[in-house]
Write a protein that binds this ligand. Structure first.
Ligand code: ADP
Ligand code: MG
Length: 235
C-alpha cells in the first residue's frame, strides 16, 4: 500500500469539511474519487499534500506517517499535486513554466525538460507560447508535466477535466492511461466526471459531504441508482 488514509478529518474553523475519511491506494494503481461540488475533494487532496491542517486521523505514505510534515517534505518524499484550475503561470511561457518547476542545475533542468517533452510531445510546439494562451487541455498537459518533472511516486489530480472540452477530455484520459504504462506512478484523482473516472480508475470511491468510507464496486458504476446512492442521494 503506497497511500493509506485512515479516519482523516479536517475543518475550516468550526465547520467540518472531511469526516473520518478512509481510503487507500496500492502502488501502481489509479484510484478515482467521485464527488459533486463542495463535497470535500479539494480539501482531501490538499490535506494529503499538506496544505490543509487536519483535525484527526492518519495519513501513511509508503508505510510512514506524514502527518505534521511540511508540503516540501512530502514533495521530496514523492507526492505531487496537480491543483484544481491547474495554476499555470499565465505570463510565463510553457518552457518557463516547466523550468520553474524543476529543481537542480541547468543540465538537470534541460534533461528533465526533454524527458517531459517525450512524455507530452504536444507541448513541443508550444514551448514559446504563454501559459495563459493555452487551451484548457493544453494547460492540463503542462500541469501534468510540471508535476511529473519532480518524479513523484504518487500524483494527486484535482479535477483534471474541469473546464476542458469534451473532445479533449478523451485525449487527457488516453494520455494518463499511457503514462501509467510508461512510468512507475500511482494516481489518486478526484472528479465529478463519472465516465472519466470509470474509464481510468482501477478502483473508485465516492465522497459525499466530507464522508468517504466505501468503495463503489465496479459492477455498480454502470447502475444509475447505485451511483446516486453512493453520491448521497437516497431514493
Ligand atoms: N478555504 C476555505 N475556507 C472555508 N471553507 C472552505 C474553504 N475551502 C473549502 N471550504 C468548504 O469546504 C467544503 C468542501 O470544499 P472543497 O474541498 O473545495 O470541495 P470540492 O473540491 O469537492 O468542491 C465546502 O463546503 C467548502 O465551502
Ligand atoms: Mg474542488
Amino acid at each position: 500500500m503506497l497511500l493509506d488514509v485512515k479516519g482523516l478529518s479536517a475543518a475550516y474553523g468550526l465547520v467540518p469539511a472531511l469526516h473520518r475519511v478512509d481510503f487507500h491506494a496500492n502502488a501502481g494503481e489509479v484510484v478515482g474519487i467521485l464527488g459533486h461540488n463542495g463535497m470535500g475533494k479539494t480539501t482531501l487532496m490538499r490535506s494529503i499534500m499538506g496544505y490543509v491542517k487536519v483535525t484527526g486521523g492518519e495519513i501513511d505514505f509508503d508505510g510512514q506517517s506524514i502527518l505534521g510534515t511540511a508540503v516540501n517534505t512530502r514533495a521530496r518524499m514523492g507526492i505531487g499535486l496537480v491543483p484544481q484550475g491547474r495554476q499555470i503561470f499565465p505570463n510565463l511561457t510553457v518552457e518557463e513554466n516547466l523550468h520553474v518547476a524543476i529543481p537542480g542545475k541547468k543540465a538537470e533542468v534541460a534533461r528533465t525538460t526533454d524527458e517531459m517533452l517525450d512524455l507530452f510531445p504536444r507541448l513541443k510546439r508550444l514551448l514559446d507560447r504563454r501559459g495563459g494562451a493555452l487551451s484548457g487541455g493544453e494547460q492540463q498537459l503542462l500541469a501534468l508535466a510540471r508535476c511529473l518533472a519532480r518524479h513523484p511516486r504518487l500524483m494527486l489530480l484535482d479535477e483534471p477535466t474541469e473546464g476542458i472540452q469534451p473532445s479533449i477530455i478523451d485525449e487527457i484520459s488516453d494520455t494518463l492511461a499511457g503514462l501509467t504504462r510508461q512510468i512507475d506512478i500511482t494516481i489518486v484523482l478526484v472528479e465529478q466526471n463519472l465516465d472519466f473516472i470509470t474509464g481510468l480508475s482501477d478502483r473508485v470511491y465516492a465522497i459525499s459531504n466530507g464522508v468517504l468510507d466505501r468503495e463503489i464496486p465496479k459492477a455498480e458504476l454502470t447502475d444509475a441508482s447505485a451511483v446516486s446512492a453512493f453520491m448521497g442521494f437516497t431514493a
